[in-house]
Design a protein around this ligand. Structure first.
Ligand code: GLY
Length: 398
């Protein structure tokens, strides 16, 4: 028994050290260039599986079935956004043409008010388009989208309502919503209505106050009573109400880091660092830093991993490294690098032409809802591409 334990410890230590050693040796410039070249070819395959009026959603290998969505689906902005990241790095004209075609079908959603996901839908797409091409039409699309998003602001609870009232929730506000604040903060910072920023800051402050537990993990959902302001912490996509759903933690982490970029409020920076510490020091964080779908999944270490949580975390860590110094900064960069290297390995990165044309395998949408389990997801790819672009710009300075 003791001998068996010693062998297991030796194997774990060996794997950790060989991963660290391997990471140190990787030529990140070459790796990133190779991943973007691959992405340019692979996303043409993905595009060929998606009807012209739709966006990709996922792919099911067992039945060789590609799934697409309409442009109201919360993930609709990731495909055009990913195409733009790929175009930016490769200058592939066919990719640009596909991106423009997909942006054209997405634009009408600037008027959508059915949920809180306008940031994902319209900023990941048109935000990137404006960043690259500075077309005033795209700027207007972003402004209109921000106006649509704030129709969901509920002053009584100083928060944006995520989903409409349903059988399960009265006024749900989910941690993912931190990501949609980027649309509002950017719009105000670029000549838009100052109330976008006020609302985003109110929402972030309510999230900081109400959504987090003492250990800096977040509930997925706060269900508010609009009359009294009382709320209950719940987990919709996590394992149970007390657990730490991995992607939710990553959304909150990225969201507070991004809010610090715009607002420069030290409370947001502290929150981002506290969440990073919760995640990186968690006893259930695997040594390759690609999280299990929930930090409290009962079948750890056999639980499914979630590549999407890893890519969001990597991209957020790279931004947080920009606001950090010394050993702390290096630590954030190293972990981001480790995740990028891990996701680029054969275990996560698909082979050419496979995986329905998506880049990454092994994400988890909503496990207990029996939906999107161990599949590719558009946002895993999007934040993987973003993390690599950020690594190239901020770490390699290219
Ligand atoms: N609710 C969005 C997500 O699955 O992360």
């Amino acid at each position: 028994m003791k001998k068996g334990f010693a062998i297991s410890v030796a194997v774990i230590l060996f794997s950790c050290f060989s991963m660290i050693g391997f990471c140190q040796q990787v030529d990140m410039g070459k790796l990133i260039e190779g991943q973007f070249k691959f992405a340019a070819q692979q996303y043409k395959v993905l595009n060929s599986h998606v009807p012209a009026d739709s966006m990709p959603k996922s792919y099911y290998a067992k039945t060789n079935r590609s799934e697409s969505s309409n442009t109201k689906w919360w993930c609709s902005g990731f495909f055009p956004g990913s195409l733009l990241y790929i175009y930016e790095q490769t200058k592939d004209q066919e990719i640009l043409k596909i991106a423009k075609d997909r942006l054209a079908i997405q634009e009408k959603e600037k008027h959508y008010t059915g949920n809180h996901d306008l940031g994902f839908m319209m900023y990941c797409s048109f935000g990137n388009a404006y960043r690259l091409f500075k077309d005033e039409k795209d700027h207007k699309t972003i402004d209109t989208s921000a106006m649509s998003l704030i129709t969901r602001y509920r002053p009584q609870i100083k928060s944006i309502q995520s989903w409409n009232k349903n059988q399960k929730f009265n006024c749900p506000v989910i941690i993912d919503n931190m990501m949609n604040l980027e649309l509002l903060m950017w719009a105000s910072a670029h000549g838009g209505d100052p109330k976008f920023r006020e609302i985003a800051i109110n929402h972030a402050n309510s999230t900081l106050k109400n959504h987090y537990r003492a250990d800096h993990s977040a509930y997925h959902v706060l269900d508010y009573d609009l009359e009294t302001g009382a709320f209950t912490g719940r987990n919709h996509q996590g394992y149970n109400d007390a657990s730490a759903w991995a992607r939710g933690q990553a959304w909150g982490f990225y969201g507070f880091t991004m809010m610090y970029r715009f607002a420069k409020d030290p409370a947001y920076l502290k929150q981002a660092k506290d969440i990073a510490a919760f995640l990186l020091n968690h006893p259930n964080m695997p040594s390759d830093k690609i999280p299990f779908w929930d930090f409290n999944a009962p079948d750890i270490p056999n639980a499914l991993r979630d590549a999407s949580a890893a890519s969001i975390l990597a991209s957020g860590l790279l931004e947080l490294s920009q606001y950090s110094q010394g050993a702390e900064k290096q630590k954030y960069i190293e972990v981001a690098k480790q995740i990028i290297v891990g996701l680029s390995s054969d275990h996560y990165r698909a082979k050419a032409g496979e995986n329905g044309g998506f880049l990454l395998m092994h994400s988890v949408g909503h496990l207990l809802g029996n939906s999107e389990i161990d599949v590719p997801l558009t946002y895993a790819d999007y934040y993987f591409l973003e993390a690599m672009a950020r690594y190239k710009k901020w770490v390699l300075k290219k």
